[in-house]
Design a protein around this ligand. Sequence first.
Ligand code: FES
Length: 612
Amino acid sequence: MNWVRKVHKWASVLVGVQFLIWLGSGMYFNFMDHMKAAGHTYKNHLHTSTMWSNLALVEPKTILQQQPASTSVELISLNDKPYYLLNHQRGLYPNFENKHSLVNALDGNAVAMNQDMAKMLALSSYSGPGQVLSATLLQPPLDDFPKQKNAAWQVNFSDDIQTSVYIEADTGRVVGHSDSDKRLADFFLMLHFMDYANEGSFNNIQMIVFAFFTLWLSITGLIWSIDLGLRGQYKLNLFGRKKTVKLFDAHQRSLGQISFSTHCNLLDGLVSQNIVLPSTCGGGGTCGRCKIMINPVVKTTSADELHFSSTELAQGYRLACQHFCDDVEHMTLMDITDAKKYMLELTGSVFLSPFIKELRFKARSALPAHFKAGAFMRFFIPAADGTSIPLNLPEHYQPEWADKTDTPYSHGPCSRNYSIAGRDQSSNELVFVIKMQAASGTDKLPGIGSNYLGNLAVGATIEAIGPFEEFHAKANSQNAMVLIGAGSGMAPLKALLEEQLADAMKDKPRRTIHFFYGARTENDLIYVDYFYQLAKDHPNFFYYPVLSRGHDDWLGATGYAQHVLALNWKTMGPVSQLEFYLCGPKGLMDDTITYLQEQGVERSSIAFDVFS
Ligand code: FES
């Protein structure tokens, strides 16, 4: 199915772009002035009909005898004079390739249109204020009239809209008027009909190629829809019902049975019963953590196939977020967390730096007595309106946001994971450190979750589940811990550090801890005094703040945290006695992991928190 998705994706991009062009050009046609768009602003619509005295004219019969073979002859008036128009070869339409000649009806002499005659004809068709600027005989194709297949005089006028009148050279026929309004309309017409080569027709190669892509978009969409339908991925609320499923743990011990709604996936169904499976993607099918085992006859999804071997799939391994309960009678939960759903009330919200806030939440129900430092909570962010500049920004931080545009926006419901930076034992509050993500452009949204939480008013409540203990210190280890982070990556590292220092107070073995923390400027260096004090009080703790853009009077390390780690590498002891804990921007994580692997650090000695 992968190729179907890829073709569908790229075909939809192409078709989507052209749809936008159609929409834009279609809107233009709705609002434009049709007289102007046709080039008729200075078109003279007066028609003179002149009655010629037959006696004064040469007989048509005589003309036909003197001139080359003709299929027809017609008496016409040009510049108020009578002419015979002889047709030697006639196309279906006047603009098609034709062969004509003109004969003066008064003396029977053939007439070749010259510049003066073309100017006179153009003037008689023109009603504007301009004067004739120039007259040029052009051979087809003509830019302004791409369908015209016969030579024509282009007579240009000196008016405000650059009018050009085109006179067909063989017949004296006014091909048309063109001006800046018509040229603009022609541009939109070209976009609307995909006539990018200006052929004057929608029957072009671009349209055929586009039709081909649209066909593929439809075919792949149909294949994909059928596949999803066959895998039971379409659910109509209309037919939603309840179904009871028996649950077992990984040792096949019964966990009882619970009732699922048939239009809610198994992961969400379990959460509604306060049973939480591990997940770092929030049900997107990408993390592969919500493992369950069900009847192997249940069709696999592409996400299942990505995360399980064929043997596991045959045994019934599936991702809970990808399936509904229709064909499920029994379900084995491979990994249940102690996470629960909580209603959290915001009790404190302060800026630690221009972009980072510390938020304190109190749970309305009892939190677990203990959970591992480094754990995270998943917040359920409701649909809301937001602004891209934080509310209540302290005055001294406002210059840092001065170049950001304040754009109001709306967002739908979503979930976001945030690491717990600590737990205040006295007030039983959970502490979070979040970065207010500014929008990276005027057309981009800022961080939806961080902005929503950062702008919450004290006293407001929000639902969250957790704690998820995915990132934590290795149990029963005496190795030195090296913490490396930047920005809001501070949160789980601070929690790990405090856990270790608290353990040491309880007469547990004292581990050496090195903490490399990177920030841009002194303003961004959060909790700096607190860590200096900890380093003073605990001889086993070493703190290395690093600034990438420190002021001249900054006496600490400059550069990036990973570079200062390299500088201090030899002081930290044997590699085999070090454990590394990373949390921060992707660049820092990638650079640090590469460096550690180059130094021979085992992969099992590196833990990193990927979502911060
Ligand atoms: S929750 Fe991540 S794959 Fe299911």
